[in-house]
Write a protein that binds this ligand. Structure first.
Ligand SMILES: CC(C)(COP(=O)(O)OP(=O)(O)OC[C@H]1O[C@@H](n2cnc3c(N)ncnc32)[C@H](O)[C@@H]1OP(=O)(O)O)[C@@H](O)C(=O)NCCC(=O)NCCS
Length: 165
């Protein structure tokens, strides 16, 4: 199967139903949209059903207000054998002020599943442009950092609770 487009964008108006108690957009509402965008980007690329294995670097740098337009720019940065790293950049636009700000960037690891529900290989990404190559190299570095982080978390767990596994 040929690879689909590896990039996708989605713009959503922040409506009052997404607000938290202080009138700003709920972090969980943004997380839901982020996950949907990562799913759409990875599944279209792979031509498969995909699941979210992990998400990292979700940092809300500043609040998003009701009435603003949020654009999610997603891109498959790297392919492993069955997994893909999808980077999502979030741009928030204040319509009245005509101002745009970069409010968040995060990285999802999505795994493609075959008809049997098991992980299945995806088409290997072929980065062409300078930015695609840069994102691919950085994604490989993040993959390594995730491994190291897991090992360190495991070491902490074993250190504090030596008798429990
Ligand atoms: C994602 C899932 C299918 C992987 O299953 P698995 O038995 O670990 O499969 P594999 O060992 O074949 O690994 C599949 C890929 O995930 C990666 N992976 C699995 N566990 C990992 C971990 N703990 N950390 C980093 N990568 C991991 C593997 O490296 C592999 O990627 P690669 O093929 O590109 O090298 C399984 O963990 C799952 O179903 N998770 C639930 C997903 C879900 O429901 N998400 C929605 C939120 S509830």
């Amino acid at each position: 199967m040929e690879a689909g487009n590896h990039q996708l964008s989605m713009t959503i108006l922040m409506t009052p139903d997404l607000a938290n108690f202080s009138g700003k957009v709920h972090g969980g509402a943004l997380l839901k949209h982020l996950d949907e965008v990562a799913y759409a980007c990875a599944s279209r690329y792979a031509g498969r059903y995909v699941v979210t294995l992990s998400v990292d670097q979700v940092i809300f740098r500043e609040p998003v207000n009701v009435g603003e337009l949020v654009t999610f720019l997603a891109s498959v940065n790297y392919t492993g054998t069955t997994s893909m790293e999808v980077g999502v950049k979030v741009i928030t636009e204040n319509i009245q002020q005509r101002s745009v700000r970069h409010t968040n960037s995060c990285f999802f690891t999505m795994v493609a599943l075959g008809d049997d529900g098991k992980p299945c290989p995806v088409h290997q990404l072929e980065p062409k442009t300078f930015d695609e190559k840069r994102r691919c190299i950085q994604a490989q570095q993040r993959r390594q950092i995730r491994r190291e982080l897991q090992e360190r978390y495991q070491a902490i767990k074993e250190d504090v609770l030596p008798s429990s596994t």
